[in-house]
Design a protein around this ligand. Structure first.
Ligand code: HEM
Length: 179
C-alpha cells in the first residue's frame, strides 16, 4: 500500500484538516449561536440522561464513582460550547484535550462514542428552536461528527505514538496498524 497524504498531517494540522473537511459555513455557525440559551436551559436534563445511563451500567459506572457532581458541570459546559458559534483551533484543541483525559483514565473509546447518542438527541432538541431549524440541525450534526472524530483522534494519537516509539518510526507503526 502506498503512503497516504493524511499520514503527514500532524498536531495542529489535524485540527485544520478536520475543520476544512466539515466545512462549517458562517450561516451554520450563526444558526447554532442563536440557540445557545436553549442549550443552557436544556443542559441539566441532558446531563441527567447522560449519567443515568452511565450509572446504570457497572462497566461505565466504576469510572465516575464519587465524581458525578463535578462531571455534571464539565459536561454542561461542553454541551453549551457546542452552541458557541466559534469553532476555531482553540475549540478543537480543547475538545482534543478532553478526549485525551478519557484516554488517560483507561476508558475504552467505545463508551464515549456510544454516549454521543445522548448528546445528539439533546442537541437536535435544541436546534429545532432556531428560526432556521433545518440549518441549525445540519450544523449541529456537523459539530457532533467533529466531536466523534476528535474523540477518536485523541485515542489514535496515543496508540500511534506508543507504537512508533516501540518500533522506531511512525511510518512502520502506521503500516502495522493497517494489518
Ligand atoms: C460523549 C461522551 C463524553 C463527553 C462529551 C465527556 C465530557 C467530559 C468532560 C468535558 C470532562 C472534563 C475534562 C477535563 O476536566 O479536562 C470529562 C471528564 C471525565 N469523564 Fe467524560 N465525557 C464523555 C464520556 C465519558 C464516559 C462514557 C465516561 C465513563 C464511563 C466518562 C468519564 C469521565 C471521567 C472519569 C472524567 C474525569 C477524568 C479526570 O479528570 O481524571 N466520560 N468528560
Amino acid at each position: 500500500m502506498e503512503d497516504r497524504k493524511s499520514w503527514n498531517i500532524k498536531d495542529e494540522a489535524i485540527l485544520d484538516d478536520l475543520v476544512n473537511l466539515m466545512d462549517v459555513t458562517a450561516e451554520e455557525k450563526n444558526a447554532l449561536a442563536t440557540v445557545k440559551e436553549q442549550a443552557q436551559a436544556l443542559a441539566p436534563e441532558l446531563v441527567d440522561a447522560f449519567y443515568k445511563r452511565i450509572l446504570a451500567h457497572p462497566n461505565t459506572a466504576e469510572y465516575v464513582a464519587g465524581m458525578v457532581d463535578h462531571l455534571r458541570n464539565t459536561l454542561q459546559d461542553w454541551f453549551v460550547q457546542l452552541f458557541s458559534g466559534e469553532y476555531g483551533p482553540e475549540y478543537v484543541q480543547s475538545r482534543l484535550a478532553i478526549g485525551k483525559t478519557h484516554v488517560r483514565i483507561g476508558l475504552p473509546v467505545r463508551y464515549p462514542l456510544a454516549m454521543m447518542d445522548v448528546l445528539i438527541e439533546y442537541g437536535e432538541k435544541v436546534a429545532v428552536h432556531s428560526p432556521q431549524p433545518d440549518l441549525a440541525t445540519t450544523a449541529f450534526r456537523k459539530l457532533a461528527a467533529l466531536d466523534i472524530a476528535i474523540f477518536n483522534q485523541a485515542y489514535e494519537n496515543t496508540q500511534l505514538q506508543h507504537l512508533a516509539e516501540m518500533v522506531g518510526n511512525e511510518r512502520l507503526a502506521r503500516r502495522l496498524l493497517t494489518q
